[in-house]
Ligand binder design. Structure first.
Ligand code: FES
Ligand code: MG
Length: 601
């Protein structure tokens, strides 16, 4: 009897299976005119009438790779294996492109386009005859954009990572994406290498197809997607060119067909427990400071309560286990060989730090998936009993400069700790005079100007770099000291800003400050020459300016807001500026939040 099958087999022709949403397009006897119109266009490239009306699920492959998005370009190859998996399990694959979203090539910033890619994908998933979707993820914002859209539409969805590049090497040393840029630009500023040497050193970090091989935003978000349960266990860390990557592409294609039959949707996987698991994993891997922005955004679109405070209360105490650049030494290939995300989650789970009963895309729980997962190389993934660092999460600061900003504790260097965090009376606190830059251009233009008087006790501040100010938010808060200071051996100054910083930066900046200066946040009231006090124990950041003076400056607020908010250059910049929220709540398009689970039948 063809209707009696093992439980996990797809049951697409089983009459008890919920009616597939694609049937409303391709087999709607109440509306033969429209059915015919829909059909003839999908027939015209080669799918047969028999296939389209067979009752097989139509599975979208949201293709994020292209010549414009080299980080995800290997998905063009992997998609063939995904399709084979879909067909094998009884589905019909339909591949379509998503809005190109490449981190380093998009001006003024890829941050501007995350919500645009989200909007575009929502319309495709909602408006076309798709029963489920494979989300191809990789480069920084391709991952949150895809998960945010899947959350809003809520049709069965599985994410497939493209995987990191192979390790970069230069003269026998690992050179990691992004991280090598920060080091090379210090060497260039110090006159140790010339321009050609600079380019050669940086290019060595990109030896193959794939996304950034450091623990930047790409590796972070792909790891957290697995931690959330939205991709197959063990899949996140597989390097792009490895054969295992091809195999997991095929498995993901098979799995999505099963998910459609089981009607397993993002809302079944993306629970509060899943997000708390991801927060803990983010600390243990030394994840990017962009993670709270993106995870909070996904949570808001699926309707799960998640705040910046959760990152401190659930993540701050978790130790750092993964020894990847920028916080550590190794790169993506090493991470995979050491056991990847399951090895990290296994350590946390056995210590009672994860919700083991959270459901994942394969229909099994986190606890099922990681049973037996062990660390394979303790130089790369440290055991929880002897971690790299205790308390590796993000700390959340507030005060009269902002309501919320984050600082990544895992990247505080010994040099930085000795210079700023070793006051015997209060080792978590430091104070300094600020130099304030109004936007990235001002900083780039003025940082080496001796007239600013920047010395090792200066705190650098950048404003006009948030979701409204620089539309989308610039990754600029990790400002380098003036070249003259670097030559004296000062490699990092304390930095504060309402922008973001690259996940590949090893700077312990105070960033993502909300509200930003462009919408009247406290940073807009700050002046060069003011003193600022940071206290990591009290979790405060304040300008030491008396209340009367702060009141007086409020009268000039509108001028500052204008000065740090340049004209929009494109229609989307203007549209997004009118409706985008702040970093602490995910920088989402606020009017989008009321549209939840819109494909629910
Ligand atoms: Fe695309 Fe790093 S720039 S992954
Ligand atoms: Mg980035």
């Amino acid at each position: 009897d063809e209707h009696v099958r093992p439980a996990r087999e797809p049951r697409v022709s089983d009459p008890t299976t919920p009616r597939l949403r694609s049937r409303a397009w391709f087999d709607n006897r109440d509306n033969p005119d429209m059915t015919a119109l829909y059909l003839e266009r999908y027939l015209n490239y080669g799918i047969s009438l028999e296939e389209l009306q067979s009752g097989k699920p139509i599975i979208g492959i949201a293709q994020s790779g292209s010549d414009l998005v080299p980080c995800n370009r290997h998905h063009l190859v992997l998609a063939e294996r995904v399709k084979a998996g879909i067909v094998e399990a009884g589905g019909i694959p339909i591949e379509f492109p998503t809005h190109p979203l490449q981190e380093t090539g998009k001006r003024p910033t890829a941050g501007l386009d995350r919500n645009l890619a989200y909007l575009g994908l929502v319309e495709v998933l909602y408006g076309y005859p798709l029963d489920g979707v494979v989300l191809t993820i990789g480069c920084d914002k391709t991952t949150p954009a895809a998960l945010m859209a899947a959350a809003t539409v809520n049709i069965p969805a599985i994410a497939l990572s493209v995987g990191p590049m192979l390790n970069g090497w230069f003269k026998g040393e690992r050179t990691g994406s992004g991280t090598i840029v920060w080091r090379a630009r210090q060497m260039l500023a110090a006159g140790e290498i010339d321009y050609a040497g600079f380019i050669k050193l940086v290019a060595s970090s990109a030896p193959s197809t794939g996304y950034c091989n450091t623990m930047g935003t790409a590796t972070t978000m792909n790891s957290l997607t697995e931690a959330l349960g939205m991709s197959l266990p063990g899949s996140a860390a597989i390097p792009a060119p490895y054969r295992d990557r091809q195999e997991v592409a095929w498995q993901s294609g098979k799995q999505i067909v099963e998910m459609v039959a089981a009607d397993r949707k993002p809302s079944d996987v993306l629970t509060r427990e899943a997000f708390l698991n991801a927060i803990r994993v983010n600390s243990a891997i030394g994840g990017s400071t962009n993670a709270p922005i993106h995870l909070n955004a996904i949570a808001r679109h699926i309707g799960v309560e998640l705040s910046l405070a959760d990152w401190e209360s659930h993540g701050a105490d978790v130790p750092l286990l993964v020894n990847l650049q920028p916080a550590g030494e190794y790169l993506g290939e090493d991470y995979y060989r050491a056991g990847g995300v399951p090895a990290v989650m296994g350590e946390l789970y056995r210590a009672g730090m994860l919700h083991g009963d959270a459901l994942t895309v394969n229909g099994r729980t986190v606890a099922d998936n990681i049973a037996g997962a062990r660390i394979e190389d303790e130089k790369v993934i440290f055991p929880l009993a002897a971690p790299i660092k205790e308390r590796a999460g993000l700390t959340v600061l507030s005060g009269n400069l902002f309501d919320g900003a984050v600082m990544k504790l895992s990247v505080i260097s010994d040099e930085f700790r000795d210079r700023y965090l070793s006051d015997p009376a209060n080792p978590g606190a430091f104070e300094g005079k600020v130099v304030v830059f109004d936007g990235p251009e001002h900083y780039h233009h003025a940082i080496d100007d001796p007239a600013l008087g920047i010395d090792e006790n200066t705190i650098l501040v950048i404003r006009g770099a948030g979701p409204v100010g620089y539309p989308g938010g610039a990754e600029v808060v990790n400002m380098r000291p003036p070249a003259a200071l670097i030559r004296e051996g000062v490699h990092a100054l304390p930095c504060i800003g309402d922008g973001r910083q690259s996940g590949t930066s090893g700077s312990p900046s105070i960033l993502n400050a909300a509200p930003e200066a462009s919408v009247g946040g406290g940073l807009a009231l700050l002046r060069t020459g003011d003193r600022v006090r940071i206290d990591l124990n009290a979790r405060t950041a304040d300008m030491l300016v008396d209340a009367g003076e702060i009141e007086r400056r409020r009268g000039e607020l509108a001028d500052v807001e204008r000065a740090v908010t340049p004209e929009s250059q494109t229609p989307w910049q203007e549209i997004q500026r009118g409706i985008v929220g702040q970093f602490d709540t995910g920088a989402v398009l606020e009017p989008a939040i009321k549209y939840q689970r819109i494909a629910q039948t």
